[in-house]
Ligand binder design. Structure first.
Ligand code: GDP
Ligand code: ZN
Length: 312
């Protein structure tokens, strides 16, 4: 069991398996904690208490102390507000199907890397010809720089390799636009999800109107996935403009080639190594446009932040 492993591999000194645990589910007004001892208990929290699924906590009575986080996954809502989705994930699965909009994959990879999560790609619906073709095309672009899985949630094809990947102890979430099959994948990887959700709603004192905000699902074969209803797209959060180039897939080789100017933004500057990659067809025009869009988007956010700072 993961919790046992964590206890042993930790620094060992101050951990108490009776009081330390992991937040498995968040219900808005309460969280379910899986203690290192193996016990599961629901603890009340204030609304907006700042705890999220994946947080390690120390519980004393009804007081929850949050332990330091390794990573944070955040999203930006349509009004620009920033929300924490989950803590301590190490991987992010970007789910792709033929309806995925252009640029989504690169945007998601950049966002994942900036949050210090290892991105991987899941080409879903490969029981369908267009999806298989898309997987082949994208595989040529991305398979060199990150793990890629060609699967079908519907037929079950390819899911075994995905399970093996998680089995290594990864904790992650799926992102992707509506309809690519994120829920179907979760269900296929963990067939008894519905059952678990039913168990959890046995806590009657939570009231009938409590909805589960998010849940950490332990896969039967090992590893964990966060199920966050409503979490689909996510804007670029806390990324600086130079980081866009640092994290953009395919720009990894830049260190070798190098641009003439060390502060090159890869726009129109002379002696730009990215321009050479684009000219040589190693980076497609379409993907280069995505890079420019991401860069502009982050600069707009940075400028707005600067204006706010000047006003103070
Ligand atoms: P989500 O919005 O990303 O959670 O997508 P869903 O899991 O709700 O799936 C959207 C639609 O795609 C549903 O009609 C699913 O049945 C269908 N779907 C999901 N995975 C597959 C797949 O592997 N193959 C096919 N043919 N359809 C799929
Ligand atoms: Zn450049």
């Amino acid at each position: 069991m993961k919790a046992d492993k964590e206890t042993k591999s930790g620094n060992g000194s101050s951990r108490d398996p009776e009081s330390d645990g992991l937040i498995m589910s968040h219900f808005g007004v309460a969280v379910e904690v899986l203690f290192d001892s193996g016990e599961r208990r629901t603890v009340r929290v204030k609304r907006n208490s700042g705890h999220v699924v994946g947080d390690r906590v120390r519980v004393a009575g009804e007081v929850l102390e949050r332990l330091p986080r390794k990573t944070e996954l955040r999203r930006r809502d349509v009004r620009g507000g920033i929300h924490l989705v989950a803590a301590n994930l190490d991987v992010l699965g970007v789910v792709v199907a033929p309806m995925s909009p252009a640029g989504f994959v690169d945007r998601a990879i950049v966002a994942a890397r900036a949050a210090e999560l290892e991105p991987f790609l899941v080409f879903n619906k490969c029981d369908l010809d267009p999806a298989r073709e898309l997987a082949e095309v994208l595989g040529k672009v991305y398979a060199q720089v990150l793990p890629c899985f060609t699967v079908s949630a519907a037929s079950g094809a390819g899911l075994e390799t995905l399970r093996t990947f998680f089995h290594a102890g990864h904790r992650g979430a799926f992102v992707g636009t509506t309809g690519v099959g994120k829920s179907s994948l979760l269900n296929a990887l963990c067939p008894d999800i519905d059952l678990k959700v039913a168990e959890v709603s046995d806590y009657k004192w939570l009231g009938r109107h409590t909805t589960t905000v998010s849940t950490l699902i332990a896969l039967p074969s090992g590893g964990e996935l966060v199920d966050t209803p409503g979490f689909r797209d996510f804007g670029l959060v806390d990324i600086s403009s130079p980081e866009i180039a640092a994290y953009f897939p395919g720009f990894e080789a830049l260190e070798e080639h190098g641009c003439r100017f060390s502060n090159c933004q890869h726009r129109q500057e002379p002696g730009c190594a990215v321009a050479e990659l684009v000219a040589a067809g190693e980076i497609s025009d379409e993907r280069y446009q995505t890079y420019l869009e991401l860069l502009t988007e982050v600069e707009v956010i940075e400028e707005a932040a600067q204006r706010r700072a000047w006003k103070k």
